[in-house]
Design a protein around this ligand. Structure first.
Ligand SMILES: Nc1ncnc2c1ncn2[C@@H]1O[C@H](COP(=O)(O)OP(=O)(O)OP(=O)(O)O)[C@@H](O)[C@H]1O
Ligand SMILES: O=C([O-])CC(=O)C(=O)O
Ligand SMILES: [Mn+2]
Length: 523
């Protein structure tokens, strides 16, 4: 198998390690995309404008049989099925007249980084991985030996009848063959998130906790982590003019501190404005990749308000496109952890302080709403429990990650907050999304320790400690029941959500019961 890949990679039509400028030229020559007025590359991805979790598989091999949490997220595929499809994809790529290979790393801490290579059919995909993964310097490249290979052939469509897939699209990880095989979908997020899944499997073996979170650091060296499922604000809130950005989506936490897994950011850009998110807006310059953003034909100015192709429009840019970053993206142990949830019920407080048990409870629960677009088929907010705020990317049982987090929170005495970036004043359709300016003010107060010793009131349903006052936020906004016109409707919705929490938590019946008793809803 390796042989066939070696043969492929030695073909004269394979471009190795092209620069950003060369890749931009290739994208334009090959008519894969268009230049925007700032020199970003704008592409469309056809039918697949978000991840396709139902088409994701892990190969069931002797070493993974007992360690993977098999089920709807981690669907098994037999090694025979994988090998056949792998052969077909390689034969397909042998017939192309151009391919693009990027070598780099996942993991900014040199001690724990994974050397990877990505083989792309599309130049723009290769530009994407160049911007998103960690780029090697000349010396690192000279001795680079890939330990994992991603092969991405979007124009290869699987035939479910013969290939053992569910559809034409597939994202398959084989840990023994050290390969990720992607086909049928053009959405670039699959490449970054499949390597994240790989890291979520490999890092715990080295005692490192992988996390679906963003991270930044303040002037005093104080590190904050922001966990949250797609669209809850990891990228938006970690990009802060007063704090240096470490990373926007994926990190590891070792006994040396935290490190970014990636070398770039992948920001949602629906309704992006310079006024509300200036650093992200300005990061979309030469060589950035815009997915499914509509451009003005003549001026080539992106219209970020246009969601006609998808709500999940995306911008990919290297960390270095943000002015205040930590480079390389490693930092010490966090002092603050924020769990971001986009509550479409509009009943969770906009900010609350969590006890140890509440932190464990909410981490395992991972309550949020799936926002439109990031996953196929989701068109309006949908309540979901995504354990560890990252269920789609976790190959191992959730409890393994949660226990590691619990130990680290205790060891480093981390303060933990739950922040609702979703609805207020009523549920989705009635209320409105929390004002970004308020969320920013609350997050600022939290990470700066200003909420450590403030007066709080207990949320009547969820038992969470809600600060009565946060600088820059009207007091009324802080108490959810005060934002609803109909108090009875509020109570009914809140109880409905509490009931969902309890039903969801049944699957954790085997863990320490005090977590639910002391950390769960009161009623
Ligand atoms: N109160 C709020 N807090 C945070 N984000 C908000 C708020 N109100 C609206 N938004 C919008 O929600 C979106 C948050 O998206 P963001 O890219 O930060 O999510 P993410 O957690 O990084 O998701 P992903 O994991 O998919 O990258 C942005 O478009 C942001 O402008
Ligand atoms: O993976 C994606 O498509 C975007 C993302 O960051 C997430 O969903 O968490
Ligand atoms: Mn993000």
């Amino acid at each position: 198998m390796t042989n066939k890949l070696d043969v492929l990679l030695q073909k004269p039509y394979v471009h190795h390690q092209l620069s950003v400028a060369e890749l931009v030229e290739k994208v334009l020559q090959r008519n894969e995309g268009r230049l925007t007025h700032t020199g970003a590359v704008a592409v469309t991805t056809g039918k697949y404008t978000g991840r396709s979790p139902k088409d994701k598989y892990i190969v069931e091999e002797p070493s993974t049989k007992q360690t993977i949490d098999w089920g709807a997220v981690n669907q098994p595929m037999s090694p025979e099925t994988f090998d056949k499809l792998y052969d077909k994809v390689l034969d397909y790529l042998m017939k192309k007249d151009e391919l693009f290979v990027f070598k780099g790393f996942a993991g900014a801490d040199p001690k724990y980084r994974l050397p990877i290579q990505v083989v792309n059919e599309f130049a723009w995909h290769n530009l994407f991985v160049h911007q998103l993964f960690i780029r090697p310097n000349v010396e690192e490249l000279a001795v680079h030996e890939p330990q994992f290979t991603v092969i991405c052939a979007p124009n290869f469509k699987a035939d479910p009848k013969v290939d053992g897939t569910r559809s034409e699209a597939f994202i398959i990880i084989s840990f023994e063959r050290r390969t990720v095989l992607i086909g049928g979908t053009e959405y670039a997020g699959e490449m970054k998130k499949s390597i994240f899944s790989v890291m979520n499997y490999l890092l715990p073996e080295q005692g490192i906790l992988p996390m679906h979170c963003s991270a930044n650091v303040g002037q005093e060296g104080d590190v904050a982590l922001f966990f949250g499922l797609s669209g809850t604000g990891k990228t938006t809130l970690s990009t802060d003019p007063n704090r240096r950005l470490i990373g926007d989506d994926e990190h590891g936490w070792s006994n040396r501190g935290i490190f970014n897994i990636e070398g770039g950011c992948y920001a949602k850009c629906i309704n992006l404005s310079r006024e509300k998110e200036p650093q992200i807006f300005d990061a979309i310059g030469f060589g950035a990749v815009l997915e499914n953003v509509v451009l003005d034909d003549a001026t080539r100015v992106p219209n970020y308000d246009d969601g006609t192709l998808t709500e999940n429009t995306r911008a990919a840019y290297p960390l270095q496109a943000i002015k205040n970053i930590v480079d390389p993206s490693v930092a010490g142990h966090p002092s603050t952890i924020v769990f971001l949830t986009a509550d479409a019920f509009g009943v969770l407080p906009p900010i609350s302080k969590l006890t140890r048990e509440q932190a464990m409870y909410h981490f395992l629960s991972g309550y949020t709403s799936k926002l439109a677009g990031t996953e196929r088929g989701v068109t309006e907010p949908e309540a979901t429990f995504s354990t560890c705020f990252g269920a789609p990317f976790l190959p191992r049982p959730a409890v393994e990650y949660a226990e590691m987090l619990g130990q680290k929170i205790a060891e480093h005495n981390v303060r933990v907050f739950l922040v609702n970036t979703g609805w207020t004043g009523g549920p989705y359709g009635v209320g409105s999304r929390m004002k970004l300016a308020y969320t920013r003010a609350m997050v600022q107060a939290a990470v700066e320790g200003e909420l450590d010793n403030v007066e709080t009131v207990q949320d009547p349903i969820f038992g969470l400690a809600i600060p009565t006052h946060v600088p820059g936020v009207p007091d009324d906004v802080l108490q959810p029941q005060n934002t609803w016109a109909d108090k009875q409707a509020y109570e009914q919705k809140a109880k409905e959500l509490a009931q969902k929490f309890r039903a969801n938590f049944r699957k954790f019946a085997h863990i320490d019961p005090t977590i639910e008793k002391l950390g769960g809803p009161l009623v």
